[in-house]
Structures are given as C-alpha cells and as structure tokens.
Design a protein around this ligand. Structure first.
Ligand SMILES: [Zn+2]
Length: 426
C-alpha cells in the first residue's frame, strides 16, 4: 500500500465548520479517511488521540466542493489540460471531487472501456477524486447501459454543435432515446442548452431548455441544464419538475463589458452576458432557484486563445469558493449547499457532506486574507484565468481529500496520485 493510500487519522481543531445546514465552531475527528465525529471544541478526548492535529482556529472548514463540470481532457489531449494540473487547480481552490465531461479528451468517453481508461489516468495523476459523465451522441445509444454499469454519473449531450466532429449534437430522436435510457437507468442527462438556429443568444438557451424539458417530462427523466448564462433559462427551467440547473462563477462575477475588455480568456459559450442579465442571475442565486455551482473548466493551449474566433472555454476550476465567500452576498450555508449539491444530484457516495460517515474531504479557508489571482496562483496547465488581476479576500489554506492534505497555502499542490474514480450509488 502506497503511503498516500494509508487511511488518514487527523483532527481539525477549532474551525468554524460550515455545512448546508449550519455554522458552528467544532473539532472534526477523522479516522481512516472518514469523518468520525464533529464535536464541541476541546471534547476531543472522547474520540481519543489521532495521529495529526491541524489548528483551524479562525478558519472556515467547508466540505470540499464537488465540481460537476470540468473538462480535464485526459486521456488524449494532455497538452490542453490533464488530471495532474487540473487537479492541482482544483485542490488549490478547495475542490475535492470533480466530475469530468466526456468531451475534449481523445477519444471522447462514449464506451465503458473509455471509462476504465479514464479511471487509470485518475489513479495515476489526480490529487482529487473524479467522477465521470458518459457521452450521449447518436453513435453511443447502444452503449448507455454499459456506460452506466461502468459507473458514469449520467449522460452529457449537446443540443448544438460542440465544436468536435467526434462529439456531434443530439437530434430529437437521440435525445429522447437518451432521456428514456436515463429514466430506465435512473441517471440524469446533462445538456448544453443552446440551439444552432438561434446562436449564442439568451433566447437560444431558453428555447433549448424548453425543447429538452418537454422531452424529459415525456420520458420521466431527470434533465440537468449545464452552465446557464441567461437568467431567462433559469425561469424556464423552474417550470419543469425534474430539471436542475447549474451556473458558473464567470457568469456571476464578470459581465459582457468586462469580458470584452479581458478578451479571449473570457470567451465561452454560452457567452458572458450584460449586467442586467447578471443581476437577474444573482437574484435567482439569492432566491435559491439555482441548484448548483460548477466551473465548466475548459481550457486550451494559449495558441488557440487568440484571434477573431478563439477557443470557447474558461480556465476556472477552483475559484468558486474564494469568489463566493469573498463576495459575501450569499450566506455561508448557502455557499456550502451550492458547492456540494452535485454530490446529491449525482449520488456520489460519501461526498458532499460534513458529518460522521462522510469522506474527510475538507477545505480550510481564511475568510480575510486578501490575495490577487495571478498566473503564479493559478495551477491549471496554461494559467489563463479571466480573473487574473482580481483581488479576493478568502484564501484556501489547506485542502484534504479523504483526510490527506492535497494542497496547502505554504507548499502548494502536493504530490498527485491520491485521486480515486468515484462511481455513483446505483
Ligand atoms: Zn463544458
């Protein structure tokens, strides 16, 4: 057994423990990589001594973020990103589980064998745990059952061209069949909701949500709308039972004019919209109408982030917790809910909560330690954050995955190879 695989025993002392339900000063006792107890400070004697003690006085202790939407592009396109650098950026931002999209890796994750290949790459190179979406494309309909058996969390599809020939959009028959399979296998279908005929407009997002939600209702399936930019798409989604929505920090903390000033590194689809839309998206967030926060981390080589039509994708994993906590508009419990909800939506065992029995995936955050986002603080492969230059107050001090430190603010990301492939409860 490698050292990093040994069960971790640790006590995180005196931090302000934040969950989706409460905020309380407590000691968190970890045994064998799992939370054994959350107890009043100083009562640790009840649980006995542990091998490592971390003083979290003055720090927030959150359950690690579950980022339902990253493109780490491995295997096959490691020159764009990969589990080593992607997981470094995740760990540095308090993200302890990512859910990897089936597109941008080469080949895309459309068969059970490719899920297994993903798992090998994760165990070798990742610091954080990884779950996997399977690809829903016209050619993968016969593979959905095997993908489910291999442990995907659900199926991801595009309502419009994805930009890759090996990952075409779904036509209506394919989406209906995929939703039916999702209903039968009790897995959600995640959809990029824009229609080619309407381009990258707000109306395009709204129309795509309506189109897919009707089909999902017919199938009795769960539909997850990824990376909502248009506030109106949230309004539309809320009409439909069984439809969940995610949004991303770049839609909440950048507006159209700022994005234009930043240029290619802020270019993404759907695009960052105007300030009025951003305010309405925040209203939805504050009203609890958005189910979860994800990064849609989707970087590319710098050579493709130039010119009149740069690659559409944001280098952004790991910024949600620092940005949301620094912003201060959302209550801490609500931040915990939004950053862990993916574990419940995708039924990831042991993930997304901080209570006895949970995996000890914890992030310690100093809420008042200003720092400036810069290439030196960005651990992704190409360090191209659109937030470069922005100062935030909340700083990740340490991230634990199953009780093991994977990042500290003093040492940066620690050695990779600790990540596991996580399969959902079936
Ligand atoms: Zn994406």
């Amino acid at each position: 057994m490698a050292a990093s695989d040994r069960p971790a025993d640790v006590t995180v002392r005196g931090g302000t423990v934040v969950t989706a339900e409460s905020v309380q000063v407590a000691d968190v006792v970890v045994r064998g990589g799992r939370v054994m107890a959350v107890v009043a400070p100083g009562t640790i004697g009840v649980a006995g001594p542990t091998s490592m003690s971390i003083d979290a006085g003055g720090l927030l202790v959150f359950p690690g973020m579950i980022d339902a939407h990253v493109h780490f592009q491995e295997p096959g396109r490691e020159e764009w990103e990969g589990f080593e650098t992607g997981s470094a950026a995740a760990a540095a931002g308090g993200v302890t589980t990512v859910v990897d999209m089936p597109i941008d890796c080469d080949p895309p994750t459309v068969t059970a064998a490719l899920v297994e290949a993903k798992g090998v790459a994760v165990e070798r190179h990742s610091r954080v745990d990884v779950a996997v979406w399977g690809g829903l494309v016209p050619a993968s309909l016969d593979d959905l059952e095997a993908l489910a058996a291999a442990g995907v969390v659900g199926f991801k599809a595009f309502a419009c061209p994805s930009g890759w020939e090996d990952f075409p959009a779904v036509d209506e028959a394919t989406l209906a069949a995929g939703l039916a399979a999702g209903a039968r296998l009790d897995l959600p279908v995640a959809l990029h909701c824009e229609l080619e005929s309407l381009g990258h407009t707000a109306a395009s997002e709204i129309a795509a949500v309506r189109w897919a939600a009707e089909l999902a209702a017919d199938a009795g399936a769960r539909l997850h709308v990824v990376h909502v930019s248009a506030a109106g798409a949230v309004d539309e989604a809320r009409w439909w039972p069984g439809v969940t929505v995610e949004t991303c920090p770049h839609y909440l903390f950048l507006d159209e004019s700022e994005a234009a000033g930043i240029g290619a590194t802020a270019h993404c689809n759907p695009p960052i919209r105007d300030l009025d839309n951003q305010e309405r998206l925040w209203d939805h967030l504050l009203n609890g109408a958005i189910d979860l926060m994800a990064s849609d981390h989707s970087p590319c080589p710098p050579s493709l982030k130039v010119g009149a039509s740069p690659w559409a994708g944001i280098d952004g994993v790991g910024l949600a917790l620092p940005l949301l906590i620094s912003d201060g508009r959302l209550h801490l419990t609500e931040i915990a809910r939004l950053t862990t909800a993916a574990a419940r939506l995708l039924r990831l065992p042991g993930k997304g909560f901080l209570a006895p029995g949970a995996d000890a995936d914890l992030v310690m955050i100093d809420p008042d330690s200003p720092w400036t986002i810069a290439p030196e603080t960005t651990w992704s492969r190409h360090r191209q954050s659109p937030f470069t230059g922005r100062t935030v107050k909340a700083r990740v001090v340490m991230t634990l995955v199953r009780g093991r430190p994977v990042f500290t603010s003093d040492d940066g990301p620690l050695a990779p190879g600790h990540g596991h492939l996580v399969r959902p409860h079936r």
